[in-house]
Design a protein around this ligand. Structure first.
Ligand code: MGD
Ligand code: MGD
Ligand code: SF4
Ligand code: MO
Length: 895
């Protein structure tokens, strides 16, 4: 952190809420973070992930130097090799034989340079982004309806609404600060907005909801088509708005009637009670101020775009859009998902809200003075990796994303990369599933080290500012891209002095020949930030968070479309007829369950940042499959046992979690675990590669699978102060960072003859005084521990079944300076003795409060509200994300 700056204001690198974060140096010289009270996204709040950011800054796992074929090289050699590989490939096979696969976590400036290099200089549109897996159905739905990709509303709308519907969004865990804002609004406004959640699972977001509709997977279009029919029947449509500003109402209604003619039919098809559907429709019909928030349960579907339009249709039909407290609201996932859409980072966009219409192509070519402009769309992520597999793409550069973990059919993606002649990966972390496939590795600067801008879900642009020196030889991505471009002969096009220069050019392009806000030109684009086209470097550094548009010529707008003004040729919105679409992957006898995937509260994506902190690893330490107890009983699966989840595409081994929150017939597995943390937990190996026909977004929420018990010869776990190298013959390994120790969950199909020898070798401990052990051969149980000077340094526990001693209790023993005799005895007995605390799994990450502590507060101290528990234990009083779990513990355990 610069000595002259006591603190630096920046933006959180996680979710699309886009919270302001202040990084500062504490008295003892370490870096800490707190929420920025002045940032209009969060007003000082942070969630568990944001609060733990300072714990993720250690450099131990970082990629700090360029490498070619695993050998350290200098930047010049690495950049020469990338440029030479691209040049040769283009010369021999044309520009479409090279590709860039980028990320909604790049800064806008990185993204702009990447896009310009490919679409303006090299002359191919084969640049796509992980936003394809995330937002592209929303983009396609917006464009079909509005003629432009725009989120019409603002965060205040969520607070001002009287009814808030969450469709396929677990806002409480995935956009926690926005969710907390809504809860605060409900407190202040006497319970408004009313909350309805539409999700096959009962999630933490249902905790405070007035209604939860546990919809059958992928039936959202039926539900919202039914709503349109209902609105029509109840005369609740806004005929003036329809007449003045929309097109296609009758066709949309006709299509809706075909698949959703009546409430009973909707209820039948969606697997819901008639009364529940009728209540939901009644609420929507009666309430003027409605916001429908939607996310991956909508987007990640083979008919995601139709789901989006079915939702938007209901808002258009009622004119509930662009007015305070009204509108469809697609919340973005990544910190700069929105910025990527603005620069045009998707293969089917050109740049700055311009596509491949000939006039747009000419305009962008003119502005860029482009040596080779791309004239049509390129390959979308899933197709793009298929083209790699088929050898049509021969050189690929992956930047800021981990596709071997996050793309569907991930084993095939890995295979494709292994066989691709040139794979370049720019990442901040040395060992990931994707860096393992790279020929050339480029060390990227990451959060805290780089400067630029990001756009959040409500179109608000904020600065990310550096507060750390660049470590090792790490460099920002825009620089590496421009350097490769220079080596390919595009110096004049990519000659940027720094991110401010990139931003100025981007801002100028957004206003170029753009007449939407009073400027001159023959094009109308809502995205316009040309007021900042001349921003000086110092002013760029000082940019305060602002919402676009910010045009040079006029005033822009706060919200869009309250009085029409769509970006279609006739300026009317389109209502889209959403008809029947056959399910591409219906469950069958062999694969009878539906696999749903998504997120947990305290991990971020492929865990390259969050798994570095013990605090965030404690909430859910292991990958799991959540399954309804009735399904589990039929399959003979017990809680906490290991299971195989198998599809036509691949399999994982994870722990079973029985939960009534799960819809019968569905299984939920989190998307996060990857090889560095779980040897068999990469769920995208199982996920099917079907995509939406309009957006190309994969169907990450819907794969037919079979689940069965996995029965290895033995189960075990190891806790160790030092990281361990585990033997190769284990069939299940999960690695978890604890406080001052590592935890390994292990299992193997190979029996072990001599457990004592096995344990000594594993823990690198010679037998001797510091070793205590216990073995029950008849039961196949073994417990061993190494002590140095009376202090516990490592322990191993083994059993034929999955029932093993509580890990959190044992982890607590590592905090003791010395183990007393009773503690050693209970360690060997495998259960806590009297007076030995076992706090249990951590529920409140902020204050490290475990489930057992909460249970005794509920059962013994009779604390029966989250407020009482907060007052006594502090749990739930910081970010609030664990309150739903605390409430559930109370409901299940209070007598
Ligand atoms: N903690 C955490 N927060 C994150 C992230 C993270 O990795 N960790 N990632 C960020 C990113 S990039 C994104 S995109 C967002 C995603 O945020 P969300 O979309 O809220 O998260 P998901 O868990 O992927 O999926 C949401 C819900 O969709 C439901 N769903 C599945 N199928 C259907 C269906 O057919 N219909 C309906 N209505 N619902 C269905 C799932 O059960 C799930 O609860 O989160 C962002 N925030
Ligand atoms: N089954 C299933 N799969 C899914 C999803 C799902 O719900 N279910 N969700 C999908 C969605 S919505 C998303 S957004 C994706 C996310 O999936 P990914 O984008 O693959 O996941 P991340 O872990 O965010 O990958 C970011 C990578 O960038 C690196 N990095 C960090 N900072 C920088 C930087 O400044 N520069 C560079 N070059 N690298 C950096 C990190 O170390 C990490 O390796 O997953 C998708 N996949
Ligand atoms: S809500 Fe999102 S942006 Fe805000 S602190 Fe949490 S992860 Fe970061
Ligand atoms: Mo995402």
């Amino acid at each position: 952190m610069p000595a002259e700056a006591p603190e630096v204001r920046t933006t959180c690198p996680y979710c699309g809420v886009g919270c302001g974060v202040i990084a500062y140096r504490t008295d003892d010289g370490t870096i800490a973070v707190r929420g920025d009270e002045q940032h209009p996204a969060n007003f000082g709040r942070l969630c568990s992930k944001g609060s733990a950011l300072a714990e993720t800054l250690a450099l131990e796992d970082r990629l700090l130097h360029p490498e070619i074929d695993g050998q350290r090289v200098g930047w010049d050699a690495a950049l020469d090799a990338v440029a030479e590989g691209f040049r040769r490939t283009i010369a021999e096979h044309g520009p479409d034989a090279v590709a860039l696969y980028v990320s909604g976590q790049l800064l806008t400036e990185d993204y702009y340079v990447a896009n310009k290099l490919m679409k303006g200089c090299i002359g191919t549109s084969n640049i796509d982004t992980n936003s394809r897996l995330c937002m592209s159905s929303s983009v396609a739905g917006h464009k079909r309806a509005f003629g432009t990709d725009t989120v019409p509303g603002t965060y205040e709308d969520l607070e001002q609404a009287d009814l808030l519907i969450l469709v396929g969004s677990n806002l409480a865990w995935c956009h926690p600060v926005l969710y907390q804002r809504i809860l605060a609004a409900r407190q202040a406004r006497g319970g408004k907005p009313k909350l309805i959640v539409i999700d096959p699972r009962r999630t933490a977001s249902c905790d405070q909801a007035e209604q939860h509709l546990a919809i059958a997977p992928n039936t959202d279009t039926v539900l919202f088509n039914g709503l349109l029919v209902h609105l029509h029947r109840q005369d609740a449509v806004d005929l003036d708005y329809l007449d003045a500003h929309t097109d296609g109402y009758l066709a949309a209604l006709r299509a809706a009637r075909e698949i959703a003619p009546s409430i009973p039919e909707v209820a039948r098809r969606c697997g819901l009670d008639e009364e529940a559907v009728a209540n939901f429709y009644g609420d929507f019909t009666r309430t003027k101020k409605v916001v429908t928030v939607y996310s991956q349960g909508v987007n990640q579907s083979a008919h995601g775009t139709d789901k989006v339009n079915a939702i938007i249709n209901c808002h258009l039909a009622t004119g509930r859009i662009g007015k305070p407290g009204c509108g469809p609201f697609s919340v973005t996932g990544q910190p700069n998902a929105m910025g990527g859409r603005e620069v045009g980072g998707l293969a089917n966009q050109l740049a700055a809200h311009m596509d491949f219409a000939p006039a747009d192509v000419e305009r962008v070519a003119r502005f860029w003075q482009a040596p080779n402009i791309a004239r049509g769309p390129g390959l979308k992520a899933v197709e793009l990796f298929r083209a790699v597999a088929e050898g049509r793409i021969k050189a690929i550069w992956i930047m800021g994303t981990n596709p071997v973990v996050s793309l569907p059919e991930a084993d095939a993606v890995r295979e494709a990369l292994m066989n691709c002649p040139l794979v370049v990966v720019s990442d901040a972390v040395r060992i990931t599933d994707t860096t393992a496939c790279a020929d050339i590795l480029l060390p990227a600067a990451t959060w805290g080290e780089k400067d630029g801008t990001v756009t959040n879900s409500e179109r608000r642009i904020s600065r990310q500012r550096a507060f750390l020196d660049l470590p090792g030889e790490a460099r920002p991505d825009w620089w590496a891209l421009a350097e490769v471009g220079r080596r390919l002969g595009f110096t004049a096009n990519l000659d940027f002095a720094g991110p401010a220069a990139v931003f100025r050019e981007f801002a100028a392009l957004s206003g170029y020949e753009n007449a939407a806000w009073g400027g001159e030109g023959d094009s109308r684009r809502d995205f316009d930030i040309s007021a900042l086209a001349g921003v000086a470097d110092a002013d760029y550094d000082a940019i305060e968070p602002f919402r676009w548009p910010r045009p040079a010529a006029g005033d822009g707008a706060e919200r869009f479309f309250a009085t029409g003004g769509y970006y279609t040729p006739d300026r009317r919105a389109r209502m889209i007829a959403v008809g029947e679409r056959a399910s591409v992957n219906a469950p069958d006898e062999t694969f009878p369950l539906v696999l749903n995937t998504g997120r947990v509260r305290d991990h971020w994506h492929t865990m390259t940042r969050t798994a570095k902190t013990a605090r965030l690893s404690a909430h859910i330490p292991e990958p799991y499959a959540e399954i309804h107890p009735v399904d589990a009983a039929v399959l003979g699966i017990r809680d906490e046992a290991l299971v195989r989840v198998v599809s036509r595409w691949g399999e994982v081994i994870v722990r079973a979690k029985l939960a009534r929150e799960q819809r019968p017939g569905s299984v939920f597995v989190p998307m996060h675990w990857c090889t560095p943390y779980a040897s068999r937990g990469r769920i995208d190996a199982v996920v099917n590669p079907a995509t939406d026909p309009f957006s190309g977004q994969p169907e990450s929420k819907h794969t037919p699978v079979r689940v069965m018990a996995y029965k290895p010869a033995w189960h075990g776990f190891v806790l160790s102060r030092d990281p361990l190298t585990l033997p190769d013959d284990l069939d299940y390994v999960v690695r978890v960072r604890g406080d001052g120790l590592w935890r390994y969950e292990i299992a193997s199909e190979q029996p072990v003859a001599d457990w004592s020898a096995w344990a000594h070798e594993l823990l690198h401990e010679p037998p001797g005084e510091g070793w205590i052990e216990f073995e029950d051969r008849s039961l196949g149980r073994y417990r061993g521990a190494a002590m140095h000077d009376g202090r516990l340094v490592a322990c191993a526990f083994v059993s034929p079944g999955h029932e093993l001693p509580p890990r959190d209790w044992l982890a607590g023993l590592f905090e003791r300076p010395e183990l007393a005799a009773p503690e050693r005895a209970s360690l060997l007995a495998g259960r806590p003795g009297k007076g030995q605390p076992d706090v249990g799994r951590i529920v409140c990450a902020c204050f490290r409060v475990g489930v057992n502590t909460l249970l005794s507060a509920i059962r013994e101290r009779k604390l029966t509200t989250p407020e009482a528990i907060g007052a006594a234990l502090r749990a739930g009083t910081n970010c609030g994300s664990c309150v739903p779990e605390i409430r559930k513990l109370i409901a299940d355990n209070a007598s």
